[in-house]
Design a protein around this ligand. Structure first.
Ligand SMILES: Nc1ncnc2c1ncn2[C@@H]1O[C@H](COP(=O)(O)OP(=O)(O)OP(=O)(O)O)[C@@H](O)[C@H]1O
Length: 257
């Protein structure tokens, strides 16, 4: 799959992380990391299990505080803002987590309405219907509007989960393991959807994964987290064009071209 060319503003970071460290007890997970996510970019964070990818997402969303360093998100310093400012900022960020977290007892329509009704006070019935129809069309599942989540495949549930995030028009998307547990064809469809979202919604995204096909198909840049630091950052080919003994096996084991 050829990735469509994205409009990326490399002068405008929407997330800027500097010197961030995080330890639990005496176990140092992140050891002074620096990372920028640029406007319009898909940035893939790659790393083995337990390297701190989820900790990174929690730091960016303000669920965890770093021991040292600064984290600017959409121009605000997340480590020092108030709880109210943090709540407002989080509405501008879309979270697509491993478990799509749909409400099993609600139809697709109701699942999609939920974030709108909760976060957009005064929204009218007609506006809600229009937003639901538009977002379902974007993820290619208009026909599923009255279905229950249990009637959908894993890939379809993933799409609805992404739609539920997109309905609030987030400026930043955080995808945590978007292809986990999906078959290879469905993985490719989700990768295409991530690229389509980048184009259509002009989002800047961090995609956390250890799926190298996902990394290759979606990432404008890849940041490889190894031993608590981003050891390699660049395009897919730049990151893997190395004899680094910590990187090579990752490629050889995971990826068959
Ligand atoms: N709240 C916590 N308290 C103690 N240790 C934690 C906490 N959160 C994370 N850790 C530890 O930090 C390390 C990194 O965890 P993290 O969940 O970020 O890994 P990951 O890279 O996301 O892994 P995976 O790909 O398996 O999800 C792990 O060793 C984990 O045990």
């Amino acid at each position: 799959m050829e990735k469509p060319k994205a409009q990326i503003d490399y002068k405008n970071p929407v997330i800027s992380i500097r010197g961030v460290s995080k330890a639990f007890e005496d176990y140092a997970v992140l050891k002074g990391i620096d990372l920028d996510l640029y406007q319009g970019e898909n940035l893939v964070v790659l790393g083995r299990s337990g390297t701190g990818k989820s900790v990174l997402i929690k730091l960016i969303s303000g669920l965890l505080k770093p021991d040292t360093g600064t984290i600017q998100v959409l121009g605000q310093e997340i480590t020092t803002i108030s709880e109210k400012e943090l709540q407002e900022l989080r509405i501008r960020i879309g979270f697509s987590f491993q478990a799509s977290a749909l409400y099993d007892s609600m139809t697709v329509r109701k699942n999609l309405e939920f974030p709108l009704v909760r976060n957009r006070k005064g929204i009218t019935r007609a506006e809600i219907d229009k937003a639901v129809e538009e977002v379902l069309d974007s993820v290619g599942l208009s026909q599923a509007i009255n279905q229950m989540p249990s009637e959908l495949s894993g890939g379809q549930r993933k799409r609805i989960g992404i739609a539920r995030t997109l309905i609030l028009n987030p400026e930043i998307m955080l995808y945590d393991e978007p292809t986990a547990g999906l078959d290879p064809i469905t993985c490719t469809e989700i990768n295409e959807l991530i690229n389509q979202v980048q184009q259509q919604y002009n989002t800047s995204s961090i995609i956390i994964t250890h799926d190298l096909t996902c990394a290759k198909e979606t990432g404008d840049r890849i940041a490889m987290l190894l031993e608590g630091q981003f050891q390699r950052v660049g395009t897919f080919n730049e990151v893997f064009d190395t004899d680094d003994k910590r990187v090579k096996p990752f490629f050889d084991y995971n990826f068959i071209q």
